[in-house]
Design a protein around this ligand. Structure first.
Ligand code: CMP
Length: 156
């Protein structure tokens, strides 16, 4: 299957503070994905609770919420062929100790609690998570053009 999908990605506080934003964004761009929405923000308690509702009650939940609300993140919507699975492949396993060499988490992340990036695990999760951080009716940029189209538009 080669479906065009959208997924939600968050560069987490550890990666933002370590100056890894550019390197992480580059991995998605170089693979051929479009970043159709992106913003830096400080996650509220309400956003964190919605985002991580599936983990509520787990031993790591409180630490996870404290971590994601501790400093700015970069939220993105990423679009491309099989984006949900492919972006998670680029991220690597949740625990960096198990992540494939060359993945973001294997290359940049020291421990699971600071694993640099989050990406949705399904199309349904992506839709739900994107709505927590974006007004999806207004903030997704879908007017993409080739460079030649932009040049020709400028000559009209
Ligand atoms: P993320 O993709 O953001 O989804 C939930 C996060 O919980 C996960 O990445 C990890 O950073 C964090 N986490 C901390 N401890 C665990 C654990 N034991 N199992 C799974 N996720 C954990």
């Amino acid at each position: 299957m080669t479906d065009t999908e959208r997924t939600f990605v968050a560069i987490k506080p550890d990666a933002v503070q370590r100056g890894l934003m550019g390197k992480i964004i580059t991995r998605f761009e170089e693979k051929g994905f479009k970043i159709i929405a992106m913003k830096m923000l400080e996650v509220t308690q309400e956003q964190a609770a919605k985002h991580y509702e599936e983990h509520y009650g787990k031993p790591f939940y409180n630490g996870l919420v404290r971590f994601i609300t501790s400093a700015p993140i970069v939220a993105m919507v990423v679009e491309g062929i099989n984006a949900v699975a492919e972006v998670r492949h680029i991220l690597g396993a949740t625990n960096p100790a198990n992540a494939d060499v060359g993945s973001i988490r294997a290359d940049f992340s020291p421990i699971m609690a600071c694993n640099c990036v989050h990406a949705s695990d399904s199309v349904a999760s992506a839709e739900r998570e994107a709505k927590i951080y974006f007004d999806v009716e207004k903030e997704l940029c879908t007017n993409w053009k080739t460079m030649m189209e932009i040049v020709l538009d400028g000559q009209k």
